[in-house]
Design a protein around this ligand. Structure first.
Ligand code: PNS
Length: 165
């Protein structure tokens, strides 16, 4: 059985991420979306909120699971009895970082391979960071996010604004 982990920050999950989840779920028997708990970046959403959003929008995908992880990605992959890491590549600018990560992971755990799916051209410009910036300036984020996630982002931005008053 082929089991893959699709790791990331998913703060928040975008339509670009969702496209990679859908496509990898067609290739693999099972895909575990791994949400990184402790990141140097300060997230907009807590890890529980990010996991819940992912669970909600993948609920109709029977071979997709969502879980959070802390520590090394390769340890999580081994705990999940997976053998492949999936990452999306948007543009050449992603390549250097992704190559470095995949090579490091293979040095630490040589049995784990990384496969890259090129992002759908429709979403090649998209990033969670840009979506958050648009939301904070009250721009329209509906083009970039699943409706459920877009609503959560709007609520979160309103909460941030209330707390800043
Ligand atoms: O969505 P992101 O922020 O690009 O995802 C990055 C992620 C979570 C894949 C990466 O930061 C990661 O694997 N972190 C876990 C710690 C780890 O294993 N570091 C060594 C990898 S080189």
């Amino acid at each position: 059985m082929s089991v893959a982990v699709y790791p990331g920050s998913f703060d928040p999950v975008t339509l670009g991420h969702l496209d990679i989840i859908e496509r990898s779920a067609k290739i693999m028997d099972k895909v575990i979306v791994g949400v990184l708990k402790n990141n140097s970046k300060t997230p907009l959403f807590s890890v529980e909120e990010r996991v819940n959003m992912l669970k909600n929008i993948t609920k109709d995908m029977p071979n997709v699971e969502v879980s959070s992880f802390d520590g090394l990605l390769v340890d999580f992959v081994q705990q999940q009895k997976a053998d492949v890491i999936v990452r999306g590549l948007r543009a050449i600018t992603d390549f250097e970082y992704e190559l470095q990560m995949s090579q490091t992971n293979r040095v630490i755990a040589s049995q784990i391979d990384t496969i890259f799916l090129t992002t759908n051209l429709k979403y090649s410009y998209l990033s969670s960071t840009i979506v958050k910036e648009i939301a904070r300036y009250h721009g329209n984020i509906n083009e970039f996010l699943h409706p459920y996630v877009a609503e959560k982002v709007r609520e979160k931005v309103e909460e941030e604004e209330r707390n800043a008053r």
